[in-house]
Design a protein around this ligand. Sequence first.
Ligand code: CP3
Length: 340
Amino acid sequence: MMRAARREPCERTPVWLMRQAGRYMAEYRAVRARTTFLQLCKNPALSAEVMLTAVDRLKVDAAIIFSDLLPILEPMGFDLEFSAAEGPVIHNPVRTSADADRVRELEDLDPLGYVIETVRQTRRGLDESLPVIGFAGAPFTLASYAIEGGGSRSYLHAKRLMLRDPGAWSSLLGKLARAVTAYLNAQIDAGAQIVQLFDSWVGCLGPDDYRRYVLPHARTVFQGLRPGVPAIHFATGNPALLPLLREAGGDVIGIDWRVRLDDAWRTVGHDRAVQGNLDPAVLLTGAAEIRRRVQDILDQAGGRPGHIFNLGHGVHKETPVENAVALVEAVKELSAAGTP
Ligand code: CP3
């Protein structure tokens, strides 16, 4: 995984899955029956155990820490809840410039000490040949939750603030970018060997708005990270943003399934690594179809160094675990077979 992130040759293609620990897994559901999601995130021993169990079950090549994008918002003044029905809810969303002014600069990381401790305990419990991936939400995706107050289809509140009050927008994204940089660096200091920035919902923007309103803040994060630690820049939904993601930063660019991997890699440039890009819906089929689709993506990667296999987005909760296991096995076997 680390060699692939640096575009060095590998004996086979490394593989891990976004949302590899989650509700599709019986072991996870058993833990969640006893605790709320947020309480689980705030329990480092249990968070580490959940991820180590998933890594052991799937035999993936990396462990992302078990946490979420949104806890960073709490010490910045947001009232966060994960509701079973609606998913994440922010009870005091930003809608005006006065609201944006009230968002606190994250000066002290102590309130997020439980995440840092999760990094340490995951590192301690994991085979030393496997890296721990730290992660954070990107400024746009965090802002989308902070402004919408939860998930959204149209992001109209966020876009309205962005387009009508660029000063408030830039002040909010600036605070988020500085907070995320410090947070990722603290994860690195605690043992994360690679980090991923999730801009899961930025695909709702066109390229010109991305360049103007988002790129400078994403760049702040990548330029502020500890040197020498590879960073993955992940977004979904809009392949037209790929050249701009590259420009904003990241050693590895995340690719979803809305674009072919070979086209995406050409667009990103072969001087960067890529991660992706199987449609997670393929995991709802069966082993034979999964193998065919894995082979197809490996063919598109063409044996070039710098491909990390992953889904284009997270594992769906309807996924049979044996299909996720079959995917990992197929990537290992078929990519090793393809090596000259
Ligand atoms: O990848 C992993 O296994 C590590 C853990 C992880 C979670 N969330 C656990 C989680 C990671 C890396 C995330 C990141 C995350 N969180 C993202 C970016 C990834 C992506 O999918 O784009 C986003 C957008 C969130 C915000 C979030 N958290 C949403 C929208 C939801 C509700 C939707 C859902 O699937 O329930 C969550 C909750 C969440 N995060 C769960 C898990 C395992 C389910 C919580 C539960 O147990 O009920």
